[in-house]
Design a protein around this ligand. Structure first.
Ligand SMILES: [Zn+2]
Length: 441
């Protein structure tokens, strides 16, 4: 009896909703086809946009894949589609500048192969719209990487070009000084300007400065930053402080900042070279990975005020299921260490965009590329693991409700803007429109 009453109410509600929808949709549908001002309106969310100094409830209107307007109140009548995002955070699409996505070559034990992951499986579902591959390819194999991954992914994939011509194909390649050709690297970077956004040096085992020097030479010639994974620790021949205060230029990026593997922390304080380097304009990036983030390093550094410029995952097959899970997990860890949410968002959006000189990304100013993450901040009891499996407990967790790239939904968890199926015609098909929905082929 109770069940039947509920069923009847449900059907009645559906019929009523359907009728209302039908009446309401006729003019709305015509307005969307007959040129509504905006393709999509995200209404009532809390916008965090570091570049434009916004940390408040705002509506966001999108047209033609670009941000059209961010304002306190934008009428739904001006938009072909409106989605209520009240109670959620609306941020620029997240930018992960340290990931490994040059997969598919079939090469074992190689970041230009099996150690990398296909980006689309790891990005949109956590609000990431742009990743930079951190040195998987060098000038010899970049164009294979471009053809294989960059040109075929829905995720925006950029690249730090390895100073080693063969890229990250394994130890014997990565420590081959003869293959560190600054001119060839710079030429390839200039040929693919806007896609190759930096030069990488990584995993160098020897005591020489050659990889860093050649990377900086290439970066200078191509007008792009250098990202350094400082390889094996050689405190006598190439100390960290010399890298940060003498070898790198302002704007160059030191990744794996909380690894503790190269004396980043000295006597429970940031290495004075880190502080001096930051004063000179060297950038510090998380690059969590499978072996580059320890609470016993990160916590004292954050307590001393040495927080990241940018948050990145160092995503690859051995980090993705270990202490590091994904971009939001690394951001959660920063929240758990006490870094305020607006800063954490800035470190994952505008800061990395600025570091890789992509001014149309990482913010929601009018005319910016409409890459957007709609995030939910959940409260509860959570645990966050470092590279050793040591846990920090936390009370907050970010989840991605919806991700938009170029103004269109590419991922949604709960179908915020979608109709209940019971309200649709019996033979319904696609509920989206090409102006705002890119989840279906
Ligand atoms: Zn890496």
């Amino acid at each position: 009896m109770v069940k039947r009453a509920l069923f009847a109410t449900g059907v009645l509600a559906a019929i009523v909703a359907g009728a209302v929808r039908f009446q309401a949709q006729t003019p709305a549908a015509s307005s969307s086809t007959a040129g509504a001002k905006y393709d999509l309106l995200l209404k009532g969310g809390h916008v965090i946009d570091a570049r434009n100094g916004i940390d408040a409830v705002r509506d966001v209107a999108i047209a033609g894949g670009k941000i059209a307007l961010v304002a306190a109140s934008i009428p739904p009548a001006d938009a072909g589609k409106t989605i209520d995002v009240t109670g959620l955070y609306v941020t620029p699409g997240l930018i992960d500048i340290h990931a490994h996505v040059y997969t598919g070559t079939g090469e074992r034990n190689s970041y230009a192969g099996d150690n990398s992951v296909a980006p689309d499986g790891f990005t949109f579902r956590v609000g990431v719209t742009t990743v930079a591959d951190a040195g998987g390819s060098g000038w010899r194999n970049f164009e294979d990487f471009k053809d294989r991954i960059i040109d075929r992914s829905k995720t925006r994939v950029l690249a730090f070009l390895n100073i080693v011509g063969n890229g990250m194909r394994g130890g014997k390649f990565e420590s081959d000084q003869a293959d560190m050709d600054a001119q060839a690297a710079a030429a390839m970077a200039l040929k693919h300007k806007g896609t190759i956004i930096g030069i990488k040096t990584a995993h160098y085992t020897g005591p020489e400065w050659t990889p860093v020097e050649h990377a900086v030479e290439a970066g200078t010639a191509a007008g792009i930053p250098v990202m350094v994974d400082f390889g094996n620790n050689h405190p006598d021949t190439r100390p960290l402080a010399d890298l940060l205060t003498k070898k790198l230029r302002p704007g160059d990026i030191y990744t794996h900042m909380y690894s503790g593997l190269r004396n980043e922390l000295v006597d429970d304080k940031p290495n004075p070279g880190m502080i001096e380097g930051r004063k000179r304009g060297v950038i510090f990036d998380v690059g969590h990975g499978g072996g580059s983030f320890a609470w016993r390093v990160a916590m004292p550094m954050v307590k001393a005020g040495f927080i990241p410029d940018s948050i990145s995952t160092d995503l690859h097959i051995t980090s993705m299921n270990a202490g590091m899970k994904d971009m939001l997990n690394v951001m959660d860890k920063c929240l758990a260490m006490g870094i305020p949410l607006p800063k954490v968002i800035a470190m994952s959006t505008w800061h990395p965009a600025r570091e890789i000189k992509q001014d149309a990304l990482g913010h929601l100013g009018a005319g910016a590329i409409a890459d957007i993450a709609v995030l939910r901040l959940e409260k509860g009891r959570y645990g966050y693991l470092d590279m050793f499996g040591a846990k920090l407990s936390g009370t907050e967790r970010l989840t991605a409700e919806m991700t938009l790239k170029d103004g269109k939904i590419v991922y949604e968890l709960n179908g915020l803007g979608r109709p209940e199926w019971t309200t649709l015609p019996a033979d319904y098909t696609n509920t989206g429109a090409p102006t705002w929905d890119a989840t279906r082929r």
